[in-house]
Design a protein around this ligand. Structure first.
Ligand SMILES: Nc1nc2c(ncn2[C@@H]2O[C@H](COP(=O)(O)OP(=O)(O)OP(=O)(O)O)[C@@H](O)[C@H]2O)c(=O)[nH]1
Ligand SMILES: [Mg+2]
Length: 312
């Protein structure tokens, strides 16, 4: 509980250390997280997702600068799903972020996967909580919007920004992967390049096609992250979206959904771990063998496991 207390007292190194422990799924993390939980739930969590190289880090850096100019403290988490050995982007991000990295009002952190993307989603969620308790008022989470794990990361944000760029060929690629539903704000970055307006029109057409009228229609904004063009409009859209969430009751609904999802996920993990402990690997191997030999089907076998578990 030491780290948690130091973090709550404003110790940056304690925050960094705790996130490392979370990444490594180290012993004692549970207790620390228990201690910080009452101090979470205050930050505006903004997910920034989009294809590789679309300018997410540059945008995040500019957003951080803009929020700092308004006096808000900012946390940045860059999630890299590639292995830590091949993930050159992590280093690149650090270098590019450096000029805001020396600001005591900004906390920057990269998260690398230790193999499984589900684990990364959870670790990222916990790291966000750490920065929230640390007092970051806005937390920007950068992910490459490729797979389901990242959609899950984005889903736990209050506001999700989806970044597109002109000239990437198949513009609607990401949208097929379920990103459209989670986008609260679209950004067409690299607006200094040709083809921007076509992407804007395509996105707007897609939103219009999406059917039922919505209380919040995701705006489609143009930015040039490298020059800061369009950043004021973007921060304004983020603030308006938060106001919308608060005013409409949507925020309470999202928080409830996310909390329930997190609870069930953790409960499932706890349950499976307990099952292993109680039955043992050998017995579970026996059941697996029985399924392979077609002596029992997986559902019936699972039900029997639960029944035995309940009895014990
Ligand atoms: N022309 C132009 N280049 C940009 C713009 N925004 C970013 N870039 C450049 O695009 C390249 C990639 O930018 P990043 O911010 O690293 O992109 P990213 O999406 O974070 O990349 P990954 O994290 O590797 O997926 C860099 O060379 C940026 O300088 C822009 O608005 N216009
Ligand atoms: Mg990046």
């Amino acid at each position: 509980m030491d780290l948690a207390q130091r973090l709550l007292n404003g110790d940056r190194r304690a925050a960094a250390r705790l996130i490392t422990l979370i990444e490594n799924d180290a012993d004692g993390v549970e207790l620390e997280l228990r201690h910080i939980h009452p101090h979470t739930g205050r930050a505006h969590i903004v997910g920034v997702t989009g294809p590789p190289g679309s300018g997410k880090s540059t945008l995040v850096k500019e957003l951080a600068r803009a929020f700092r100019a308004c006096g808000a403290t900012v946390g940045i988490i860059a999630v890299d799903p590639t292995s830590p050995f091949t993930g050159g982007a992590i280093l690149g991000d650090r270098v590019r972020m450096q000029d805001i990295g020396s600001d005591p009002g900004v906390f920057i952190r990269s998260m690398a996967s230790r193999g499984k993307l589900g684990g990364l989603a959870r670790a990222t969620g916990d790291a966000v909580k750490v920065l929230d308790a640390f007092g970051c008022q806005v937390i920007l989470v950068e992910t490459v919007g490729a797979g389901q794990g990242e959609v899950n990361i984005a889903r736990s944000a209050h506001t999700t920004v989806v970044v597109e760029v002109p000239g990437m060929g198949d513009e609607i690629q990401m949208i097929k992967a379920g990103i459209l539903e989670i986008a609260d704000v679209f950004v067409v970055n690299k607006a200094d390049r040709s083809g921007v307006d076509r992407v804007v029109v395509e996105l707007e057409a897609m939103l219009a096609m999406n059917g039922q009228p919505r209380a919040w229609v995701p705006p489609v904004l143009k930015t040039v992250a490298t020059s800061g063009q369009g950043i004021p409009e973007l921060t304004d859209a983020l603030s308006r979206h938060l106001e919308h969430l608060q005013g409409s009751g949507e925020l309470a609904r999202r928080l409830e959904d996310n909390t329930l999802r997190e609870l069930l996920e953790v409960a499932r993990e706890e349950f499976v771990a307990e099952l292993w402990r109680q039955l043992g690997a050998a017995e579970i191997a026996n059941v697996t063998r029985a399924i392979l030999d077609r002596r029992i089907d997986p559902r019936t076998a699972a039900k029997q496991l639960v029944k035995r578990f309940r009895g014990s």
